[in-house]
Design a protein around this ligand. Structure first.
Ligand SMILES: O=C(O)CCC(=O)C(=O)O
Ligand SMILES: [Fe+2]
Length: 336
């Protein structure tokens, strides 16, 4: 097994160990002001770097995406998930493509069970035949295509700060997340976690989303105030199994570093385990929607950090290794 495959397997082993409920503790999730971005770039980059090297999670505000646009994206997501199952089934997710609709299909190595959710994923070069028509939902494709771009702009701003701190050109990551390329693979994901108001007690033993780290460089997550449940467990505390709630708040986009940027930074920027827990008795039991945007480098981008800690690898092969390691770990969680 290559060194990088061994590293991946040990990451997945950690994920499997962390599948239990664990305990809760309060940790500081830094909130970072992105206003006057160009003038304050050095200061912002320092704050992002500190958050990303210490916990791997942070929230940004004054981020440039209007609340009206975020609300509209949530409203379109609500309309999509309210469509009849047979309408949604006409846009099926093809495995490995991050494009289309799936219902309770994503199984995490940490839990071995499917997440209690459905999702619709938008990866622009792979959407042929997968967009609902305007007759199904007016404006769906047009608006979400431009919302995808707004998220890309924000993601590239944040990544330009990490590029600067790593000693790369400021547009280093932007040129490796190039939307006009057929190798583009950033993804906007609409997620619907089911209403639990009339659920059976056994359903509460599932996870809305089991513990995992993201495969990408950077994830931007839109959530709605009052629809909590996201929890993080930083790498250095993995053995303690102590999780921290990240509360959604209007005006804030929650961000986390993914495995790809961890590798690209020679492990300086931390990809942190996270999950979405079920509501507890007395908490809001209704449906929960979230909209992550995954900044994932183009397939042909070559990943290697400034210190060359790991051998160079294309983003495509990196993801393949990651998926294969996941698959191998899942085989182990299943009885043979
Ligand atoms: O819905 C959330 O709050 C988190 C979703 C998530 O972690 C993911 O889709 O990777
Ligand atoms: Fe995630």
């Amino acid at each position: 097994m290559s060194t990088s495959a061994k590293t991946l397997m040990s990451e997945i082993e950690t994920e499997r160990r962390i599948g239990g409920v664990g305990t809760s503790i309060v940790r500081d999730i830094p909130r970072i002001d992105l206003s006057s971005f160009e003038e304050r770039k050095q200061e912002i980059a320092d704050a992002l770097w500190a958050a990303a090297t210490e916990i791997g999670f942070f929230q940004v505000y004054n981020h440039g995406i209007s609340q009206d646009d975020i609300n509209r994206a949530f409203s379109l997501a609500e309309q999509f998930f309210a469509l009849p199952t047979q309408t949604k089934a006409a846009f099926p997710l093809k495995p490995g493509t991050n494009a289309g609709w799936e219902f309770r299909e994503q199984v995490r190595p940490s839990t071995g069970t499917p997440d209690h959710k459905e999702s619709f994923q938008i990866t622009l070069p792979r959407m042929a035949g997968l967009w609902p028509h305007d007759a199904d939902i007016a404006g769906f494709q047009g608006f979400l295509t431009q919302f995808e771009h707004q998220n890309w702009v924000l993601g590239m701003k944040i990544l330009s700060c990490f590029a600067m701190k790593l000693g790369f050109d400021e547009d280093f990551f932007t040129s490796r997340h190039e939307p006009s390329s057929p190798d583009y693979q950033c993804t906007l994901r609409l997620i619907h976690y089911m209403n639990m108001a009339n659920a059976k007690p056994a359903d509460f033993e599932n996870w809305r989303a089991g513990a995992h780290s993201d495969f990408d460089c950077l994830t931007l997550l839109h959530q709605r105030a009052g629809e909590g449940g996201l929890q993080v467990c930083p790498g250095k505390d993995v053995d303690s199994g102590a999780w921290t709630d990240v509360e959604p708040a209007t005006g804030y986009v929650t961000c986390n570093i993914g495995d790809m940027l961890m590798r690209w930074s020679d492990d300086k920027l931390l990809s942190t385990l996270h999950r979405v827990r079920m509501p507890k008795p007395g908490e809001y039991l209704g449906e929960r929607l979230s909209i992550p945007f995954f900044c994932q480098a183009n397939r042909d981008a070559i990943i290697q950090g400034p210190d060359k800690k790991y051998a160079p690898i294309s983003a495509q092969n990196y993801l393949l290794e990651r998926l294969q390691a996941n698959f191998a770990a899942l085989q182990k969680t299943r009885p043979s």
